[in-house]
Design a protein around this ligand. Structure first.
Ligand code: DGY
Length: 317
């Protein structure tokens, strides 16, 4: 279910069938229900692969209500001239805010502090209680300097941080504008007090951060991930946190979502885990829903949508 303004727009345009369940529909349910549909509005929890596309011969558009689209087989969609769209831009600042929230909460041990107070274990002010790390004036390494990476850099400059970044392409305009420094990934990893990930999940970025990278991090390093879980090898992260190779982590995303209740990461105090909510503000989620509705309606009306992921599919229509 999308925020109401998005649903209203879709319902005013076409006959829409809505999945009301709290959990995503199973593959079988999806396959059963797509035989006649021309458009799908999907969430990042919906796997849209060739099997599903085979079951939906009339499908013309997959409008993903997310900026990420690793849940969709883009190659297969393009082959079938199905246009895939996403919701970039509107969630940038909200996601950057939450990335900073996780970073500061991990650095200043906010969740541990709250637990201590609620458990009635706080006896008195003490000079050694819950000592954390300073964010102000430290070094941050940003992996992936897209929209969200840049929004993080702007915030970091406000905290007088030294900002390093790594991307597949060097962004000289951003270096000038934001006063930030490009560096190789290995150097970013070994020099940063905070490392934050803002890259897409692809074959190349799967487990980009694993045991060899943790081995190079500073002991006081804090890792933040609000992009996609599988970019970080979660068991290697567990090891690094458990053995003190790094100080702590703030995760909005994990390799499996949700993590199983007995996952070792959940046994650690030096990791904060949020349920994939970095873009979850009322205003932003409403904008995402409206954008997803506009993208859907555009393609079904024969127009190039505002946010195509594979515009070449549209040209072939
Ligand atoms: C996205 O849009 O890809 C986020 O993960 C959810 O907002």
């Amino acid at each position: 279910m999308l925020p109401a303004p998005g649903m209203e727009k879709i319902n005013a345009f076409c006959d829409a069938q809505t999945w009301e369940g709290e959990l995503p529909p199973s593959t079988e349910v999806l396959l059963r229900n797509v035989a006649d549909v021309e458009g799908i509005v999907s969430l990042l929890t919906d796997r849209i692969d060739s099997r599903l596309m085979d079951s939906a011969p009339k499908l013309r558009v997959i409008s993903n209500c997310a900026v990420g689209f690793d849940n969709i087989d883009i190659k297969e969609a393009t082959k079938r001239r199905i246009v895939v769209t996403n919701t970039p831009g509107v969630l940038t600042e909200t996601t950057a805010d939450f990335t900073f929230t996780l970073m500061m909460a991990a650095a200043r041990r906010v969740v541990e502090a709250d637990k201590l107070v609620r458990a009635g274990k706080w006896k008195t002010w003490g000079p050694m209680i819950l000592l954390g790390q300073d964010v102000y004036g430290s070094t941050i390494g940003i992996i992936g300097l897209g929209r969200i990476g840049r929004a993080i850099a702007r915030r970091a400059r406000g905290f007088d941080m030294k900002v390093l970044y790594h991307d597949v392409v060097r962004r000289r305009d951003a270096e000038q504008e934001l006063g930030i420094t490009y560096t190789e990934l290995d150097n970013l990893i070994s020099e940063s007090d905070f490392i934050t990930i803002h890259t897409n999940l692809t074959e190349a970025t799967y487990h980009l951060i694993g045991a060899p990278q943790f081995a190079k991090m500073k002991e006081r390093c804090i890792l933040v991930n609000t992009s996609r879980g599988p970019i970080v090898d979660n068991m290697a992260l567990y090891d690094a946190l458990k053995t003190g190779k790094i100080a702590s982590a703030g995760l909005d995303v994990t390799e499996h979502e949700p993590l199983p209740a007995d996952h070792p990461l959940l046994s650690l105090d030096n990791v904060i885990i949020a349920p994939h909510i970095a873009s979850a503000s009322v205003v932003t989620r409403t904008k995402m829903a409206l954008m997803a509705a506009d993208n859907l309606i555009s393609v079904l009306s024969g127009r190039m949508p505002p946010n195509p992921v594979n515009p070449e599919a549209m040209k072939k229509l």
